[in-house]
Design a protein around this ligand. Structure first.
Ligand code: 7RM
Length: 636
């Protein structure tokens, strides 16, 4: 029995039990046999969820870029590491071998060094899905700089907040990006952001769209001439196991985004091990995850997990709808993709279109389908299973978070029988618990509660950048001695988990986590707005959409409401990004509040979802009458 590659359900249970009975021994064996270490650890695990503090493989030294690239050169130098598939299907794909990847990453590492970047410095990466993005991420890892990738769909304000929060002094970007038939002027967004970021002394600009850009003398440099002149050998920085590898921002229910900090060793071990098993990856398979590297899914399962296994990973620049709704399936056929990993929102969007977009392509290479980002509804699950997997490729509905670093609850394809809408069983080493609101663990099956994790796994985020107290308060204070996920879940009669969704004020729109508070903050800046509350409501394609309740200032009641709606959405677009725009905006006289002044979002959610059968007791509200007034305006 090999612990590294699970082959059937019995083996899963055996390995699972072993991993829980003695986690240290289990993870030590995985770490020992599958990675390259510069120094061995002194201690496998120390932890305290009260502090909270988690350390894996303390004393060990390594470099993750060496594990993802250099060590494969002995056996896989000419194997394709990354297939770059451009936005435009007429532009040829690039097959980047492990030895080419090595050269490009080393050159980029030397460029960063030449700009003064050192171990521990933060590098903000604001790039589209082009090879330079992969090179920059891995180059940072190589020299021990902490990368902070910001999704290139975010606005200049959102970018500036993230640059300043981690005090990055260098930004890597491009002239522009292609998204379907559109192109976006990324450099201009960076220029705007940097008006708020005086500490940024260097901007490196990759050329992609060749649109005109303004280059600020002394600060901005085209990347290509620098990499062309750079040497393609750069020694790796030897990192301690717990040295931070990257920061990735995720929205919280309140306040500014949280910069989740991931470690070097634990993150590597866990993403590599989950990748191998969840996707049942075999040498020479072609694996494709459609996420953007700006999200954790792209970090862990486009780059680090696959490359640590010497896999071939596809990086797609475009969108599922361009040039038509068959693009994903055309790419699957073209590159003979074996494992395909996408989000329910994409599945729902494609399921709405004519089946001819699927049927004209040969999808017989597919062996495993993955889903991530939000609960996959039954209809979408069956469409995916019937039309893409032809009922022969198991669906891995993978539940996890930016904070968890890697997949936590998932079927093991070909081992775990799947069940629509269920993420099924905990991955090896993961110890979930369902808790009731009084803080008691719900034992046994057929229960529903708040999803917590009882024991550390190697890739748990170690802190929130610059705010350890917020880290403790957000994840370790709701349930004593446990990591609280913010999600609700149920467990069925055989112990399968089903994730029911967020129990806090984060709404997942098209797979993007959006905190409602920052959107409210943006709206409230409108001169006509007095107060607002945003909630999610179910949406056919996006999973959830945003519903805004807005209280206008008195003098604004004369204004045209449609104009106001358009202005509010423009403001959100500018401050946060187009993904945060509201689908519905209603103008209301007040918001239901508790006596301590907290908005009762539960009530607003029910009204937005047209589900007012059970509004609960509203008599304790500060302003019970407002509920009926709002219902009248919304018409429910
Ligand atoms: C990987 C990722 C995390 C939140 C998480 C859940 C939701 C993710 C699933 C899911 C049901 C799934 N990271 N979520 N996967 N809900 N089933 N398979 O998405 O930080 O961006 O989001 O996403 O609510 O807490 S994330």
């Amino acid at each position: 029995m090999s612990n590294y590659h699970i082959k059937n359900l019995e083996e899963y249970f055996q390995i699972y039990r072993k991993s829980v009975r003695n986690p240290e021994a289990f993870w030590e064996e995985i770490a020992e046999e599958h990675f390259q270490w510069r120094r061995r650890w002194d201690n496998v695990l120390s932890w305290d969820f009260e502090k909270p503090e988690v350390k894996w493989f303390e004393g060990a030294q390594l470099n993750i870029s060496e594990n993802c690239i250099d060590r494969h050169l002995y056996t896989r130098a000419n194997k394709t590491a990354i297939i770059f598939e451009p936005n435009n299907p007429d532009e040829p794909a690039q097959h980047i071998s492990y030895s080419q990847l090595h050269a490009e990453v080393n050159k980029m590492a030397n460029v960063l060094k030449s700009k003064g970047v050192k171990k521990g410095d933060r590098v903000c990466i604001y790039l589209p899905m082009i090879p330079e993005l992969a090179y920059t991420v891995l180059a940072c890892a190589r020299i021990g700089a902490i990368h902070s990738v910001v999704f290139a769909g975010f606005s200049s304000t959102a970018l500036a907040t993230r640059i300043n929060d981690c005090d990055a002094s260098i930004v890597v970007t491009s002239d522009g990006s292609y998204r379907g038939s559109k192109s976006i002027d990324l450099k201009k967004i960076v220029d705007q952001a940097l008006e708020e970021c005086p500490q940024v002394g260097t901007v490196l600009v990759a050329e992609r769209t060749k649109n005109e850009v303004v280059m600020t003398e002394g600060r901005d440099h085209w990347l290509a001439p620098l990499t062309e002149a750079a040497i393609d050998e750069c020694p790796v920085e030897i990192m301690d196991a717990e040295d931070p590898l990257f920061i990735l921002y995720t929205s919280g229910s309140t306040g500014k985004p949280k910069g989740m900090v991931h470690s070097s060793a634990g993150y590597m071990v866990y993403t590599a091990y989950t990748f191998k098993n969840v996707f049942q990856y075999r040498e020479n398979d072609v694996y494709w995850c459609t996420a953007d590297i700006g999200w954790i899914t792209g970090h862990s399962y486009i780059l680090y997990g696959p490359l640590a296994n010497g896999a071939t990973t596809v990086m797609f620049e475009g969108v599922p709808s361009y040039p038509d709704f068959g693009r994903f399936w055309q790419i699957v056929e073209k590159h003979k993709v074996n494992q395909f990993y996408t989000a329910p929102t994409a599945i729902r969007a494609l399921a709405k279109e004519d089946l001819k977009f699927v049927e004209q392509y040969d999808l017989s290479s597919l062996k495993v389908l993955g889903s991530v980002g939000e609960p996959i509804n039954e209809e979408a699950w069956h469409w995916y299973n019937n039309n893409i997997g032809k009922k022969e490729s198991p669906i891995a509905d993978t539940w996890w978070q930016t904070e968890t670093g890697g997949i936590m609850i998932t079927p093991i394809p070909y081992s775990t029988p799947t069940k629509p809408t269920f993420a099924t069983l905990p991955f090896i080493g993961v110890q979930p618990a369902l808790m009731d609101e009084s803080g008691q663990e719900l034992k046994g099956n057929q229960v529903e509660g708040r999803l917590c994790i009882k024991f550390p796994w190697p890739s748990i985020a170690r802190t929130i950048w610059g705010n350890h107290e917020r880290y403790r308060d957000t994840y370790f204070s709701a349930f004593k001695g446990m990591y609280f996920t913010g999600d609700g879940a149920s467990r069925d009669a055989v112990g399968y988990y089903r994730i029911t969704g967020r129990v806090d004020d984060v709404v997942i729109v098209s797979g993007h986590n959006l905190g409602t508070a920052p959107i409210e903050d943006a709206i409230n800046e409108h001169q006509s707005v007095a107060e607002s509350a945003i909630v999610g409501f179910p949406h056919d394609i996006k999973g959830n959409a945003l519903f805004g309740y807005v209280i206008l200032k008195d003098e604004a009641h004369e204004r045209n409401q449609d104009n106001l709606r358009a202005e509010i959405n423009r403001l959100i677009s500018d401050k946060i990004g187009p993904i945060a725009k509201l689908d519905k905006i209603v103008f209301v006289p007040g918001l239901p509040k508790t006596r301590s002044g907290k908005i009762m979002r539960r009530i607003l959610r029910k009204i937005a979802s047209n589900d007012v059968s059970n509004l609960g007791d509203v008599s304790t509200l500060l302003n019970p009458d407002v509920v009926d007034q709002i219902r009248k305006i919304v018409g429910v």
